[in-house]
Design a binder for this molecule. Structure first.
Ligand SMILES: Cc1cc2nc3c(=O)[nH]c(=O)nc-3n(C[C@H](O)[C@H](O)[C@H](O)COP(=O)(O)O)c2cc1C
Length: 176
């Protein structure tokens, strides 16, 4: 089965570090994502320190699993490479979402589990993260991905999601 169909958000992890070679392959997968005008405006911050992971958990009510995760990867945009507020060019949001999904899929491929934590466009989260991790003004944290070896005692729920009513053939509302 393809990793696309295996992937589910994993929020419980074993207390076991993730090997550097796995992290590197995960980052390589992120950088393989498609990108508008092939700008590839991403930058990644790998965070493993305990105090740093606790600090991330305090920045969002939905990031409470981060201290338990072996690592967090912040997927950031470099606005100097990928447009920005001055031009109103926000194609980078799609680039960064594609990179984030690639990372989540490679995490599965590596036998790990991860979860996408929304950061941008929440102003408070973006500011808190930027302050703590020394991001210059042109670097904006888009998403944080918590990852680690999954706690098999708590496998994520898995249900069929394909819904033919959401698919239209030829024109909206037309079914096969
Ligand atoms: C943009 C975005 C932001 C998300 N933010 C969070 C988050 O802050 N915390 C969290 O636990 N899950 C977060 N998720 C994961 C979703 O809750 C999850 O993908 C959804 O419930 C579907 O479950 P699945 O990933 O297992 O398929 C986010 C997902 C996306 C795409």
């Amino acid at each position: 089965m393809s990793v696309i169909f295996q992937r589910r958000s994993v929020r419980s992890y074993l207390p076991q570090p993730v090997e550097d070679d796995k992290i590197e392959r995960i980052l390589r997968a992120g950088m393989e994502a498609p990108s508008a005008h092939n700008r590839r405006p991403w930058e990644f911050i790998v965070i493993t320190g305990e105090e740093d992971r606790k600090a991330i958990a305090d920045m969002s009510p939905y990031a409470k699993m981060v201290p338990q995760a072996a690592a967090a990867i912040a997927v950031c945009v470099n606005l100097d490479l990928g447009g920005g507020d001055a031009t109103g060019d926000t194609w980078w949001v799609q680039d960064l979402a594609a990179a984030t999904e690639n990372i989540l899929l490679q995490i599965v491929e590596e036998g790990l589990g991860g979860v996408w934590l929304g950061w941008y466009p929440d102003k408070d989260r973006v500011e808190a993260f930027s302050r703590r991790f020394g991001l210059p003004g042109n670097i904006v944290p888009f998403a944080v991905i918590a990852l680690g070896y999954p706690d098999a005692k708590k496998p994520p729920e898995k249900k069929e999601r394909f819904d033919p009513r959401r698919v239209h053939y030829g024109a909206y509302g037309k079914q096969k």
